[in-house]
Design a protein around this ligand. Structure first.
Ligand code: SF4
Length: 244
């Protein structure tokens, strides 16, 4: 591994900014976040970067590394070409606050528009529920989400078309799937998925699944089954016939 590497870091805020190059010492075993911390400590004390666990579990250090949404704490320098400057930018789908930090609060506001969990009445004599293990396991995958919002960042509907007022994005479709497929849930979110959350905007490019650090099968296991529910209700010709 090279002993010196250059990081081309976006510096600025909501009013605008520019890239600035920092060359620093790097060693075997370092991740991108280590290099950013070294630059922050030795050359740019005012460099803004959000991080917390440094173990890929808090979802805080999301950024774009050489143009790809990634967690800085989980991206090893040994996996990057250090012969050229490494570009670090804040996520593009959210408003910049400063340097590598973006305002992701829209995600939490949008989450509140999804109908909450509504469990059925307990069905066992002891006042608890019984569930099939298969049904329990189906939603477990969705609960691995660390809310890094990398999938939201890569989604072209949000990133390029800025449909934040209409479309909830892959992360929140995963959340909706966890509720919809929960074996105890009785709420009906199908109409909202079509009309309020605009699931139809997703054209299943699988970009979101490809950047997910938790390897959640976002498209195939969450979004497509939700789309099927919408299609069954609104576009199945037989069901439409009987509704009329
Ligand atoms: Fe991050 Fe994956 Fe959750 Fe999207 S689904 S917010 S990429 S962990």
């Amino acid at each position: 591994m090279a002993t010196q590497a250059t990081f081309r870091i976006w510096r600025g805020d909501a009013a605008g900014g520019q890239f600035q190059d920092y060359t620093t010492q790097v060693e075997e075993g370092m991740v991108v976040l280590d290099a950013v911390h070294r630059i922050q400590a030795q050359q740019a004390n005012d460099l803004a970067v959000r991080w917390n666990c440094k173990a890929g579990k808090c979802g805080s250090c999301s950024a774009e590394i050489n143009g790809t949404p990634k967690l800085m704490c989980m991206t090893r320098l040994s996996d990057i070409n250090l012969e050229a400057p490494v570009t670090l930018e804040p996520m593009h789908a959210f408003p910049p606050i400063r340097d590598l930090v973006t305002d992701v609060s829209w995600n939490f506001r949008a989450k509140k528009t999804i109908k909450p969990f509504k469990p059925r009445t307990p069905d066992a004599p002891d006042g608890t529920w019984r569930m099939q293990q298969d049904d329990v396991e189906r939603v477990q995958e969705f609960r691995k989400c660390i809310e890094c919002f990398l999938c939201q960042d890569v989604c072209h509907v949000l990133r390029e078309h800025h449909k934040h007022d209409e479309f909830i994005g892959p992360r929140l479709l995963v959340y909706a799937a966890a509720l919809e497929m929960h074996p105890l849930d009785t709420e009906d979110r199908v109409s909202d998925l079509r009309h309020k959350h605009s699931i139809g905007y997703c054209n299943i490019t699988t970009c979101c699944r490809q950047v997910c650090p938790e390897s959640i099968t976002i498209t195939e296991n969450a979004i497509i089954p939700l789309k099927e529910r919408v299609v069954d209700r609104y576009f199945d010709p037989l069901k439409r016939l009987f509704r009329i």
